[in-house]
Design a protein around this ligand. Structure first.
Ligand SMILES: N[C@@H](CCC(=O)N[C@@H](CS)C(=O)NCC(=O)O)C(=O)O
Length: 339
C-alpha cells in the first residue's frame, strides 16, 4: 500500500483511502432513509406477494430483508416497491429503488444496456407452458396455432417467439401488461396457453380456484437465472447485496439456522467464528460491522429456511430444490469464502 501511494502519487492514494472509509452513495442513501427501497413483484406467490395481514412475503422479499439486516442491522427496515415487468428497469435506473429483487432474469442486454448489475442467482429457473387439461396437449411441440398469454418486457416474450420460429410453429400472442390481467385472461379461456418461468406458472396455478384442471408441460425452453440487480456504478452496495446472498448459502452449508445460530458462538471453527463476528474481520470489506452476516441468519434465516418457507414442500408451490440445491448436494448454489 505504501509503495503504491508513493509511486502513484497523492490522487490515487487519496481515492484509495476514501474508498476504504466510504461505503458508496447507495448505502449512504439507505442509511439516511433508514430503510432499503426494494423493487418487488406486484404479487407472485412464493416470490413476492402481500399476505392476508398485508405483510410482504416470498423468497425475493426475504432477500430484501437480508439486505436490510446486513446494511441496517434490522430486516424490517425495507420499503417494498411493487413493479410490473415493464417498470422494473426504469425504477432501478432512475434511483427510485436501491435494489431490484423480483423474479428477474440475468441477461447480457439488461447488464450491458439497461444499466443493471446482477448479483448471485437466488433461483435457477426455466420457461414453461401451462394449458388447460381439457385441450389434451402433452408436449409444447403440439402447440402449433395456439393463442398464448404473455407479459411484455420479459424474457418470456422473446423466448416464446424464438421457440415457435425455431420449431416452425405459428402462435397468436395475447400480450397483457399486468400480471393480474394475464391471469384473468388465461383462466377465463381467452388464451389456450400461459407461458412464464416454471416457478411462476406453479405459483399462478396454485392460486387458481380449480388448479387441478391445469397442466404444466414438461419442456423448459430457456434458462432463467433469477437474481437481484443493483444499478451499475456503486460497487460497495453491489458487494453488500452479493455477499448477503452468499451468507444465506454459507449458513446453510454449515447447518447454521435462525434457530440454532446462538449455539455456534462457542465454535472452534475459525471460519465460522469469523462468519458470526465472534472474531473480527468480516465487516470491514463491506464497510459494515462484524455482525452483518449473523443478523441475516438470525432475522431472515439461511437459504434453506428461506426456500422451504416460501417454495418448499409445505407451501402451495411444493417446488423441489433441483438446481437450487447447494453445490455439495447436487445443485448450483455455491458461496465463495467469506475471508
Ligand atoms: N424472469 C422473466 C419474467 C419475469 C416477469 O416479469 N414475469 C411476469 C409474469 S409472472 C411478472 O412477474 N409479472 C408481474 C407484474 O408485471 O406485475 C424476466 O425477467 O423477464
Amino acid at each position: 500500500m505504501k509503495t503504491i501511494l508513493t509511486i502513484a502519487g497523492t490522487v490515487i492514494g487519496m481515492s484509495l483511502m476514501a474508498s476504504a472509509a466510504h461505503a458508496g452513495p447507495t448505502l449512504d442513501t439507505i442509511k439516511k432513509n433508514d430503510y432499503v427501497r426494494c423493487g418487488v413483484n406486484t404479487g407472485l406467490g412464493g416470490f413476492s406477494i402481500p399476505n392476508s395481514g398485508g405483510q410482504w412475503v416470498g423468497l425475493d422479499v426475504d432477500m430484501c430483508r437480508a439486505f436490510a439486516a446486513a446494511a441496517l442491522g434490522d430486516a424490517n427496515k425495507v420499503k417494498f416497491v411493487p413493479l410490473s415487468s415493464e417498470q422494473r428497469f426504469t425504477a432501478l435506473q432512475s434511483g427510485e429503488i436501491d435494489v431490484l429483487s423480483r423474479n428477474t432474469t440475468w441477461t447480457i442486454t439488461r447488464e450491458g444496456e439497461l444499466g443493471a448489475l446482477f448479483g448471485p442467482v437466488t433461483y435457477y429457473d426455466g420457461q414453461g407452458f401451462m394449458v388447460n387439461k381439457k385441450l389434451g396437449v402433452k408436449s409444447a411441440k403440439e402447440l402449433n396455432g395456439a393463442t398464448i398469454c404473455v407479459q411484455p418486457g420479459t424474457t418470456t416474450e422473446l423466448n416464446l417467439s424464438d421457440y415457435f420460429h425455431g420449431n416452425n410453429m405459428q402462435f397468436t400472442p395475447v400480450v397483457i401488461d399486468s400480471l393480474a390481467q394475464v391471469n384473468a385472461a388465461f383462466f377465463s379461456g381467452r388464451c389456450d396457453v400461459y407461458t412464464d418461468d416454471a416457478s411462476a406458472l406453479t405459483a399462478v396455478r396454485a392460486a387458481a380456484p380449480n388448479s387441478a384442471d391445469y397442466e404444466i408441460l414438461p419442456e423448459r425452453i430457456s434458462k432463467e437465472p433469477l437474481a437481484p440487480a443493483v444499478r451499475q456504478g456503486d460497487d460497495e452496495w453491489f458487494d453488500i447485496v452479493r455477499w448477503s446472498i452468499f451468507a444465506t448459502l454459507q449458513a446453510e452449508e454449515w447447518g447454521i439456522t435462525s434457530q440454532n445460530v446462538d449455539t455456534f458462538k462457542d465454535t472452534k471453527n475459525p471460519d465460522i467464528q469469523r462468519f458470526l463476528g465472534v472474531t473480527a474481520g468480516i465487516g470491514k470489506p463491506l464497510h459494515l460491522d462484524d455482525k452483518w452476516a449473523v443478523n441475516i441468519v438470525k432475522q431472515v434465516g439461511n437459504y434453506s429456511e428461506i426456500y422451504e418457507r416460501n417454495l418448499g414442500a409445505k407451501t402451495p408451490l411444493k417446488l423441489d430444490r433441483g438446481l437450487n440445491a447447494l453445490w455439495n448436494k447436487g445443485g448450483l448454489m455455491y458461496a465463495p469464502p467469506a475471508r
